[in-house]
Design a protein around this ligand. Structure first.
Ligand code: MN
Length: 261
């Protein structure tokens, strides 16, 4: 399969950033309060100078108007993000679950949108940041849906429906996806040669991505690696709560403590 290499946005880390955190795939939802609490605790206590959220922060995002529903789950999560963003830079990249999070959401929460992919220049190092779904080339059906769902006409049509209808549709899609998971479906992984081609085109050595929920460090070619972020599940045994921290010393996985009430 031929690989199309996307255009890379570039972001230079200001020199005063000492530590940068990367997280993804928290899949925040009202029915998982332990993970929500762990995230709120993390936001309130992290010492990172900048936070990069690389997609699927939310299990689903059905439109920015959900923020206006008083007492909504989305409004609560946004309040926590806003408080964190007042103390440090917080960047938000779309995942395949929360790709409908729009400019109103970003403004409301004080976040800066991040294109997928983006090259982060930190000191003398260049890192490619991506959610990761674009690189799961074997899932042809999903890639076709992705093109459609990222188009303006599709989004306008979806968002034109009443909020309650959108919420109901999202529940239906989620049930289908749960059933698929239960049936033991095998999910596509990131395509190694494509990931290496991205890195070469971007002049970078390390790709940081989420999406696959398979946290690991993979060597792609001599000098090229991809580092996969962990998903979050505070209720799992053992809990999966982790941030990837970048500092002058390199990349390090930091386990986070679950909230003990
Ligand atoms: Mn994803």
């Amino acid at each position: 399969m031929t690989t199309t290499v996307p255009r890379f946005e570039e972001l230079a880390a200001p020199s005063h950033w000492r530590t940068v955190d990367f997280i993804s795939d928290l899949h925040l939802q009202a029915s998982e309060p332990a993970t929500v609490a762990a995230f709120e605790h993390y936001l309130a206590t992290t010492s990172a100078d900048a936070l990069f959220i690389l997609g699927d922060l939310f299990e689903v995002w059905v439109g920015d108007d959900a923020l206006l529903e008083s007492g909504s789950f989305e409004a609560r999560a946004c309040a926590a993000l806003k408080a964190a963003a007042q103390r440090r830079a917080v960047y938000f990249m779309h995942g395949n679950r929360d790709f409908l999070a729009g400019t109103a959401f970003l403004q409301h929460c004080g976040l800066t949108g991040l294109a997928d992919p983006t090259v982060l220049v930190f000191g003398t190092e260049r890192f490619v940041l991506s959610h990761g779904d674009l690189l799961c080339l074997q899932d042809v059906e999903y890639q076709q849906f992705r093109v459609q769902a990222r188009s303006a006409p599709w989004q306008q049509q979806f968002l034109a429906q009443p909020l309650a209808t959108r919420r109901a549709q999202a529940r239906g899609i989620r049930q289908e996806s749960e059933a698929r998971k239960q049936s033991g479906a095998v999910y596509a992984d990131v395509d190694g040669p494509a990931a290496a081609a991205w890195l070469q085109a971007a002049g970078a050595h390390t790709l940081i991505h989420g999406h696959t929920h398979r946290p690991a460090d993979h060597a792609l070619a001599p000098g090229l690696q991809r580092v996969v972020l962990s998903d979050w599940d505070a209720a799992a045994l053992p809990p999966r709560l982790e941030t990837l921290r970048l500092s002058g010393a390199g990349l390090e996985r930091l386990p986070l403590a679950p909230m003990c009430k």
